[in-house]
Write a protein that binds this ligand. Structure first.
Ligand code: ATP
Ligand code: MG
Length: 445
């Protein structure tokens, strides 16, 4: 009786139900051999030769179906990490929570994962997966993936896609659907919320209602994630090529405010006083679309500039001159940024240099502009000045002067630095050298 009642009120266990497997032939998916990376195909072929199952899986299959060039190729297999490592001389096992193997083929690295098993993952009191190195079948592996569009298995030799979760149909409908019960899946791994933000923004997918519903309530759990993992995920959002779409999703999906200062900055980017952030993201999205290089330090400098300015203003209000006040503000941010927010030192160093050089653009007289153009970080700092011009924070005339100065020949440069106006406010005015009281003898000169 009790059993009967329980069965009525308890939802069916997700892992137990038999999945409906669909095999999609070439005539329906149309993925040609030349669309696949040489390395991915080679890895799959070698694993097959050794008697294992192997498939291209995850984002690559999704992107190929969408006609987008995949960023990277992942392979899933029933060979264990040790077995994979033995087969490929140029490979290494990485990760603890999830062990994977990086296989290097020419310049490419293919991530090879072993099919994850159903229910043996080690979870903490909040349901978060702490370790998941139990292996299983392809079907179980599909169940453990995040979204239906990411759970497609492509066999390049048979040219078939295996789909357990209706992923191909969801891709066709441009719908992001989580596999299983959404709240439990976010509890297992809250980073899936940021993946939902990024993937829906990047792919222009709608987040299906049940996938979106628990996000506002579950997002707070992200605060307990290791800060380095959060930083990595935020970087993927910033450099997805669709950063502005992603930041809109952060707000519409209801990701709470106080998870990570970089996320907070992104969430408030559309406020007028934070315009520099949206400008930088627009710039980054466009550069990525044109396959131009982008700099993490530069983007961080823009995203965190409004915050730095608050500190800068604070020190100026307390009577400090602009340049020392800026140095103080930068130092105040440094520890928080590197230790508290997980920003690696190499990115934070570039960001700080770009900031520190800003007041120096006010010095256009004498030797100083010549020294500034010779600085290694000049170009990035100049680009940043241009960004500040676009927000109206810096006069256009100043940026124009520097545009001309950097491209001018020596003679024109000398002329410019002899006749340039000296700016007021933030200028680091050349200090008048205090002369020593002249000695009698010198006075005769
Ligand atoms: P991208 O285009 O950015 O590479 P992706 O979906 O391929 O997107 P990856 O980080 O490369 O993202 O992950 C590869 C695959 O691993 C995903 O497609 C998904 O199937 C699975 N995966 C990644 N992260 C998670 C997660 N947190 N929970 C469950 N499955 C995940
Ligand atoms: Mg991928």
């Amino acid at each position: 009786m009790l059993k009967k009642l329980l069965r009525k009120v308890m939802p069916a266990k997700a892992g137990k139900s038999k999945l409906h497997k669909t095999v999609i032939p070439f005539s329906q998916h149309g993925i040609r051999e030349d669309m696949l990376s040489f390395a991915a195909e080679k890895v799959v072929r070698r694993l097959h030769e050794q008697g294992y199952e192997a498939y291209v899986v995850g984002g690559a299959v999704r992107d190929l179906l969408l006609g987008v060039e995949p960023k990277d190729f992942d392979v899933a297999t029933n060979a264990t990490p040790e077995e994979v490592h033995k087969i490929f001389r140029r490979s290494r096992i990485i990760g603890r929570r999830f062990q994977i193997v990086h296989v290097m083929v020419g310049p490419e690295t293919i991530e090879v994962t072993t099919f994850r098993g159903g229910s043996n993952a080690l979870q903490n009191a909040h349901g978060r997966i702490m370790k998941d190195n139990t292996y299983g079948s392809m079907e179980e592996d599909a169940q453990r993936r995040d979204f239906t569009c990411n759970a497609l298995y492509y066999d390049p030799i048979r040219q078939e896609i295996t789909d357990f979760h209706n992923g191909a149909a969801d891709i066709a409908a441009r719908r992001l659907v989580i596999i299983g019960a959404a709240a439990a899946r976010y509890q297992e791994d809250p980073v899936r919320i940021l993946r939902a933000v990024r993937l829906s923004g990047k792919l222009g997918f709608d987040v299906e209602a049940q996938t979106a519903a628990p996000i506002p309530e579950c997002a707070g759990r992200l605060k307990h994630e290791p800060v380095a993992r959060l930083f990595d995920e935020i970087m993927k959002i910033l450099f997805s090529g669709h950063a502005r779409d992603c930041l809109r999703r952060l707000n519409t999906l209801g990701v709470s405010d106080d998870i990570h200062p970089l996320l907070t900055a992104l969430k408030t980017a559309e406020q007028p006083e934070n315009r520099i952030i949206t400008l930088a993201l627009k710039n980054t999205d466009e550069r990525l679309r044109q396959d131009k290089p982008v700099s993490v330090g530069f983007v961080l400098a823009a995203v965190l500039w409004p915050r730095l300015e608050q500190h800068w203003q604070h020190y100026r209000k307390h009577g400090m001159k602009p340049v020392p006040a800026l140095t103080e503000a930068v130092n105040t941010m440094r520890d928080t940024v590197e230790k508290g927010w997980g920003v690696p030192q190499r990115f934070s160093a570039t960001m700080r240099e770009i900031w520190q050089l800003q007041p120096q653009f006010d010095n256009r007289l004498g030797a100083r502009p010549h020294r500034l153009v010779a600085q290694a970080r000049f170009r990035a700092a100049y680009d940043f000045l241009v960004l500040r011009t676009q927000t109206g924070e810096v006069p256009q005339e100043l940026a124009d002067w520097w545009t001309r100065f950097q491209h001018a020949d020596d003679e024109t440069r000398n002329q410019m630095s002899n006749t340039a106006p000296q700016n007021g406010d933030s200028a680091d005015k050349p200090k008048r050298r205090r002369r020593k009281p002249r000695r009698k003898k010198a006075a005769a000169d």
